[in-house]
Design a protein around this ligand. Structure first.
Ligand SMILES: Nc1ncnc2c1ncn2[C@@H]1O[C@H](COP(=O)(O)OP(=O)(O)O)[C@@H](O)[C@H]1O
Ligand SMILES: [Mg+2]
Length: 375
């Protein structure tokens, strides 16, 4: 007693208003289980699909350890809000009867996609002066928008699959004209995807003119902006990046989807939907090194921090490497590619979490030391 080390108070935020709500719950459960409870006091904060903030009992999560998809945050009660009061680093209860969760040393926003990975929750945490793991507002927002990110990657000399951007207002204005322009610009099959989404939500492989309308309607139901690009017969390579100012790249992994492409079903609904190869085998050494170098360069180009998984396509015919996308809050279950690549690079899951928390606290300390007033 007496000289017990004070525990770090961690807020683990998950769920959210996103097509990747369920995936986030699965990631958060793995993180919760792995965090060393002798060092961290972990408070779970679930955001339901309507945006309500709840404090679920860890037992509710653990009761569904085998199937996180069964967790229904909507059925819980108690609504909270983050108070952006100067220096308070607190979350206060919005209902007087609810207990206030109090101060946080750090938050882990384990939320994928909209309102989690896109800079919005990061902005809220900035206003509340609560340190958090991962990229800040800028890096998160840039990483989320595939269209803006591609422009920055190209400016940095990193190639992406050539794509066309279509806005929803253009589509609604003249659907036939938009479809015609796609038929002229692309060969079948081609890919249609929301600019801001993830987990393959709203992603379609269009094989014939008859399939265009439905693909566009669905993609536009998720975003006001979509990108269209030729389908390339590619190997899908992934690299994990970890660090702040001098980030490191992991070894290169490969996803081998068993479906026609790496769809939502292949990712989450089919246990055998894809094979993870760690490391990717039969890969030319120069491709391996290029992927690792571009992963770090992409991370720095978008001003990312903490962690990101950078995904590539390697054209099977030409051998050309393209950067597909960067994920600033990658899937984080214990069997997900991001932590698996680090595990294979010598950093086990629980230690990876320690390192992410250390990096976040270090960055937040440096930023707190900046002057915010002049006169
Ligand atoms: N241009 C493309 N050529 C071939 N496959 C693609 C292309 N674009 C996307 N895909 C397939 O669709 C999947 C999801 O697309 P991606 O751009 O990674 O979006 P998300 O952010 O939803 O993961 C990819 O993993 C890949 O299997
Ligand atoms: Mg992807």
């Amino acid at each position: 007693m007496g000289n017990e080390v004070k525990k770090i108070r961690v807020g683990l935020i998950f769920g959210g208003r996103s097509g990747e709500h369920e995936v986030s719950i699965a990631s958060a459960m793995s993180v919760y289980n792995a965090l060393d409870k002798s060092r961290y006091e972990v408070i779970l904060i679930g955001i339901d699909k309507t945006g309500r903030w709840l404090l679920p009992d860890p037992k509710v999560l653990l009761a569904h350890a085998g199937n996180p998809m069964k967790i229904q945050l909507g059925q819980m009660t108690g609504s909270y809000g983050l108070a952006p009061s100067g220096g308070a680093t607190q979350m206060i209860a919005m209902e007087a009867s609810a207990p206030a969760p109090g101060h946080f040393d750090i938050v882990l926003p384990i939320m994928h996609g909209t309102f989690g990975e896109d800079g919005t929750i990061q902005g809220m945490l900035e206003m509340a002066q609560i340190p958090y793991v991962g990229s800040g507002v800028l890096g998160s927002a840039l990483g989320m928008d595939k269209e803006v990110a591609a422009r920055l990657f190209n400016a940095a000399g990193i190639p992406t699959v050539p794509s066309m951007c279509v806005r929803k207002h253009e589509f609604l204005n003249d659907k036939a004209a938009v479809e015609d322009s796609l038929v002229k610009a692309f060969d079948f099959p081609f890919f249609v995807k929301p600019a801001n989404a993830g987990s393959s939500v709203g992603v379609h492989k269009v094989k014939s003119p008859e399939g265009i309308r439905a693909a566009l309607e669905d993609a536009f139901s998720f975003d006001l902006k979509i990108i269209v690009q030729n389908a390339i017969d590619a190997r899908e390579l992934e690299v994990s990046v970890l660090g702040n100012d001098t980030p490191k790249a992991s070894i290169v992994g490969e996803i081998v989807p068993k479906h026609e492409f790496y769809s939502y079903e292949a990712k989450y609904l089919d246990d055998n939907g894809a094979e993870l190869k760690i490391p990717a085998d039969n890969l030319p050494e120069e491709v391996r090194e290029k992927a690792r170098a571009w992963a770090v360069q992409a991370f720095l180009t978008l001003e990312c921090k903490g962690l990101a998984r950078v995904d590539f396509f390697m054209d099977r015919k030409t051998g050309a490497l393209y950067l597909n996308e960067i994920n600033t809050i990658p899937g984080f279950t214990s069997i997900s590619m991001y932590p698996k690549l680090w595990e294979a690079s010598g950093l086990p899951y629980a230690q990876l979490l320690d390192e992410l928390i250390r990096l976040a606290l270090d960055d937040s300390k440096k930023r707190r030391e900046l002057r915010v007033t002049y006169a």
